[in-house]
Design a protein around this ligand. Sequence first.
Ligand code: DLL
Length: 433
Amino acid sequence: MEIWNGHFECMNRDKLREVQSERLRDTIERVYFNVPFYRRKMQQLGLGPESIQTIDDINKLPFTTKDDLRDNYPFGLFAVPMSEIVRLHASSGTTGKPTVVGYSRRDIGTWSEVMARTLTAAGATRHDFIHVAYGYGLFTGGLGLHYGGEKIGASVIPVSGGNTKRQLQLMQDFGSTVLACTPSYALFLAEAIEESGIRRSDLKLRVGVFGAEPWTENMRKEIEEKLQIKAIDIYGLSEIIGPGVASECLFQQGLHINEDHFYPEIIDPKTLEVLPPGKTGELVFTTITKEGLPLIRYRTRDLTRLNYDQCNCGRTLVRMEKCLGRSDDMLIIRGVNVFPSQIESVLLEMSEIKPHYLLVIDRVNNLDELEIQVEVEEQFFQDKIGQLMSLKQKIQNNLESSLGIAVKVTLVEPKTIERSEGKAKRVIDKRKF
Ligand code: DLL
């Protein structure tokens, strides 16, 4: 198994801490003198650049949130003049203005480097054809994979999202070996392949690099079986760099964080206290090499935990567990915390149903109601009413025992739930708060 950058990816952890300390010192100096927002925040806490000497001092520093980026829209937190910015990306916010991120030329180099690590960890080499079906544009998925693919010398096919028929044609004609897209689109493509009559032997796909949205182990199994590939989880967020923040190796036992560039911490989202290794909480990143938009202790809202044991692949980089929930997509239904991924997990354990579902939450007579629309496999939908009823009851029982709340299950015909080419929308919350 190849490693792109053995020097950093397999570095002795004491040495790594020295590198992190030095890079943190540089970063703090830069934001203190170049970003008024950070200078103000540090001054309020009585901190100067000299207060931060080693990586252990990081917990003295203030947190940064998405709201801070929004309040300083569009370029207020950039640490270099615009003449040094060579690229802008943006991620759609849930409300209002997008979050804008800027890259210096060196940042683009860093991004290509961490994406080269990601692709190499997934087993890709210069001999591969990388089919990039992540969207190109302001979203970081397409161009992130693109630059990483070119860096390792692979043949990159910048298909972008959409036009599924053409995707399949190119995949077949060009002999794509690596598929890069969201896990929900991978499933959609798998279905489309089945329907098109293309035989698996007509395709050369070997591995997929999937991310940009949470997906469960059951979903992984489904994709690996349907596409007969290895499905690798890749994680990232625009604010930190885009994809390339963390990714699995072929052992698929947690995602290696590129912590020589992005220093991770886990905090309790309520008390903001740093949690010890192994505890689940909110992931926080400090970028320690970025020039355009360095972020200090950025709260991702993603929930996970860290494992500092060395991986069988030889990398010493800390691993984060597959990220299944956010501290803010958590639904509270009649007082009970519910994660959409919990529901997905239960659903995908049942062979009668397809991995397409929609959660609709409403408030009826002041009571929250959770409706789960589920697509049923074709053959079951043609069964007798009695059988459908008992399937519905079974889904309901399984969900209720896992979630601890009453749910309403609606079975819908195959292909009625809207498919997505990017991130799947799986929750419609009609409640007014
Ligand atoms: O989704 C960057 C990316 C592109 C990652 C392509 C992987 C592949 P944003 O649009 O800013 O950036 O969304 C970031 O998506 O905070 C997570 O909540 C979620 N997310 C990203 N990757 C994963 C993953 C890109 N592998 C937000 N598992 C993050 C779970 C993920 N959630």
